[in-house]
Ligand binder design. Structure first.
Ligand code: ZN
Ligand code: ZN
Length: 169
């Protein structure tokens, strides 16, 4: 279903959790900040898989929004992360799919005061991390880097993508 806004049509990318209770969309032409393949133990545990795929966008500029099932989203705040940055992990409380991640320090979206943050801090707080496996069509974007490569499972070969391999040791 196309979304029309005053004559111009924006291409949307959509995704959902496994049971499709939670659905979201964002602008298909949004610039990603980065697209991580993350091999860290936190991402292994949270995904139940060998690594995670998450794409970082500006939530505002990408026009990311939950279009259905926001009530069904649970949130677990992970404070003791390998990167040192606290992370909110949002998941469907019906099927358990990890749908997105965010910054738990993000101010209320209706707070226009700036909350005492510098523009750089506000930019960081505005980021949303889309769990890329939940995209309906996961080939729109391609990973831009692999991180925590030192934790890559020994039987797992490199992705073959010509992208930076960070945290090798
Ligand atoms: Zn679900
Ligand atoms: Zn990770």
């Amino acid at each position: 279903m196309a979304t029309h806004t005053q004559g111009e049509e924006k291409r949307k990318v959509r995704g959902s959790c496994l049971c499709k209770t939670v659905r979201y969309e964002l602008n298909a032409d949004a610039d990603m900040v980065w697209y991580n393949i993350c091999h860290c133990i936190d991402c292994r545990k949270a995904s139940g898989s060998a690594f995670s795929l998450d794409i970082c966008f500006s939530e505002t500029r990408s026009e990311y929004k939950i279009t259905q099932g926001e009530d069904a989203l649970g949130c677990w705040i992970e404070r003791n992360t390998v990167s040192g940055n606290p992370v909110s992990r949002y998941f469907c409380t019906k099927c358990g799919s990890l749908v997105k991640l965010g910054n738990p320090l993000k101010p209320d979206r209706h707070d226009q005061s700036g909350g005492g943050h510098t523009p750089e801090e506000r930019e960081r707080l505005d980021r949303v991390f889309v769990a890329a496996g939940t995209l309906d069509d996961p080939v729109t974007w391609v990973p831009s880097q692999e991180v925590f490569c030192k934790d890559r499972l020994p039987w797992l070969q490199e992705s073959g993508l010509d992208v930076p391999q960070l945290h090798m040791e």
